[in-house]
Write a protein that binds this ligand. Structure first.
Ligand code: ATP
Length: 365
């Protein structure tokens, strides 16, 4: 078990900054997910934690001890790669036990730990099978087994489910999370898939262009995104954005947009930007008689218990998640209401969300 601390970790490849001054903590036993688009620096951060890449500057601490310059072999961390190279000519037992054999662990202990690991992963019935005949899911489990059997301080996983099809990925996400609940080892997991991140993480670090933009539990990152980028990246369908026609003076409780005014939690400090942007999730807009904004229905998608209604307004095209008991049809004129306590106001220039302590009234309350 381990906690991991990064302090001002910076990585340059020649003139290119891959990771910019990252400072954050990963708690002991936590399932921590680094999420962001391709090229944002997730893998480089993970490789620095593993000891496979040296930071240009900054420190990395493992259990309070500085390991920045220690080689990977001295960090007691298991790295699970996407395409884990299993030994096809060996059976499952030998594949899982391999790291222990190379460490010179006594035979009896290897047998016991391999069997315990296989039971944990529910592949104990396959111990004597060759890996070449296994399904891709079972191969992933063997790969995980090989990492778990060492009982490392932490697991680092770089898009381990990337090669699997969507349905199977969902299943493996569930399994990985259950496995984590059983063994409770600190896990750092890299993905560009927000659904994976939301379903597994205790906390998510959202990255873009070499920077960590926000760290928080999935529900918090979803409800209170710190920047426009985070708001856009998390959630499917994405958050709706309404461009304000100006800033937001101190004490104001509404943002003027094309075609109407959106009530927002009252601010006790002026939003110093020339323009505000209002962010609202589809489930926080409702179709009512006396709403703040009028529009016409562009399309309706049925999604089981809910329906997703796309509405064209003067302020832009908005997605509304509505109960499927509501009867609306294409081209119909509707009026939209916004749940003020759930809106997020952004500074249109810095793209940062207004901090919740700047509101006089409780937002998201
Ligand atoms: P992906 O999911 O595509 O791997 P990522 O978020 O994990 O994306 P990194 O692999 O960390 O991103 O790469 C961050 C940036 O650093 C990329 O632009 C990449 O091209 C660059 N980079 C990574 N490793 C090197 C290297 N050894 N030399 C030069 N540039 C590198």
């Amino acid at each position: 078990m381990a906690d991991i601390h990064l302090h001002q970790v910076h990585k340059r490849f020649d003139d290119f900054v891959a990771v910019r001054d990252s400072t954050f903590d990963i708690k002991d036993g936590e399932f921590f997910v680094m999420l962001g688009p391709s090229g944002c620096g997730k893998t480089t951060t993970l490789r620095m934690i593993a000891g496979l890449e040296l930071p240009t500057s900054g420190q990395i601490l493992l259990d309070g001890e500085e390991v920045t310059h220690n080689p990977a072999s001295q960090r007691d961390i298991a790295f699970v790669f996407q395409l884990f190279a299993l030994y096809p000519h060996m059976n499952v037992r030998k594949n899982i036990g391999f790291p222990l054999v190379s460490q010179g662990t006594p035979r009896g202990e290897i047998k016991q730990r391999v069997e315990e690991t296989a039971r944990l992963l529910r592949i104990d019935h396959l111990l004597d099978s060759r890996v070449s005949g296994l399904s891709s899911g079972d191969r992933q489990r063997v790969a995980l087994g090989r990492a778990i059997v060492r009982r490392p301080k932490a697991f680092l996983m770089d898009e381990p489910l990337g090669a699997l099809d969507a349905e199977f990925r969902e299943l493996m996400c569930e399994e990985l999370r259950l496995l984590h609940n059983r063994i409770g080892a600190t896990t750092v997991y890299v993905t560009h898939d927000q659904i994976e991140a939301m379903s597994m993480a205790d906390r998510i670090a959202v990255m873009n262009q070499a920077e960590v933009l926000q760290i928080g539990p999935p529900a918090e990152v979803y409800a209170r995104p710190a920047t426009l980028f985070v708001a856009n990246f998390i959630g499917s369908p994405a958050m709706n954005f309404l461009e304000g026609e100006g800033g937001l003076p101190s004490g104001a409780a509404a943002v003027r947009v094309k075609g109407g005014e959106i009530a927002v939690p009252r601010l006790h400090e002026e939003l110093k930007a020339k323009r505000a942007v209002v962010g609202v999730r589809p489930e926080h807009i409702s179709i009512r008689e006396d709403g703040a904004l009028r529009g016409s229905v562009f399309g309706v998608e049925y999604m089981g218990t809910r329906q997703l209604v796309t509405v064209d307004t003067e302020a832009g095209r908005l997605k509304v998640r509505a109960p499927n008991t509501l009867r609306v049809s294409d081209g119909e004129n509707v009026s939209l209401s916004f749940n003020a306590s759930r809106l997020v106001v952004f500074d249109g220039e810095t793209e940062a969300a207004v901090r919740s302590d700047l509101y006089s009234e409780a937002a998201h309350g």
